[in-house]
Design a protein around this ligand. Structure first.
Ligand code: AMP
Length: 141
């Protein structure tokens, strides 16, 4: 199966469906995961088509990593987690559910376990509030 240009993240890049955006530039987009595993769970994608790390051009993957590093710093500064995990899944067997390359930024807190992957939708108002904290941290540099 090839890349599906109508996957949900491709549609976000084209502005066809909304997302709770924290950062956008010419090459990448970062937004809140709507079924977060922890408060502050953010996703980063390159704008170009590519299912996973193997079929995305190195320059595009590099742009996504640069944005991931920048947004992860902002998430760390906004939420002060004990740690922070970056994940990226390749293939359904590895846990991938949306087939457009993306990096998860997931804070780890000392209190409370991770919520299950892609299971429960969060309150949109809570996600907006978290996004505002991340945007402010990005703006502060
Ligand atoms: P993966 O399993 O690595 O492919 O992760 C896909 C992620 O996308 C999951 O964590 C989902 O919660 C998240 N997700 C699915 N639909 C949306 C959406 N409309 N907006 C934001 N995140 C989404």
């Amino acid at each position: 199966m090839g890349y599906d240009a109508n996957n949900i993240f491709a549609r976000m890049v084209r502005g066809e469906i909304p997302c709770i955006r924290v950062h956008e530039d010419a090459d990448t987009l970062a937004f809140m995961d709507i079924m977060p595993q922890a408060d502050g769970h953010t996703l980063v994608i390159p704008k170009v088509a590519g299912e996973n790390l193997f079929d995305t051009a190195p320059d595009s993957a590099a742009a996504a990593i640069r944005t991931t590093q920048r947004v992860a710093r902002a998430v760390r500064s906004a939420f002060s987690p004990a740690g922070l995990i970056i994940t990226q899944f390749n293939g359904a067997a590895a846990g991938q559910t949306v087939f457009h390359l993306h990096f998860h930024i997931v804070p780890v807190y000392t209190s409370g376990a991770w919520r299950p992957h892609a299971r429960e939708k969060a309150d949109p108002a809570a996600l907006e509030a978290q996004a505002a904290r991340i945007r402010a941290a990005l703006a502060a540099g």
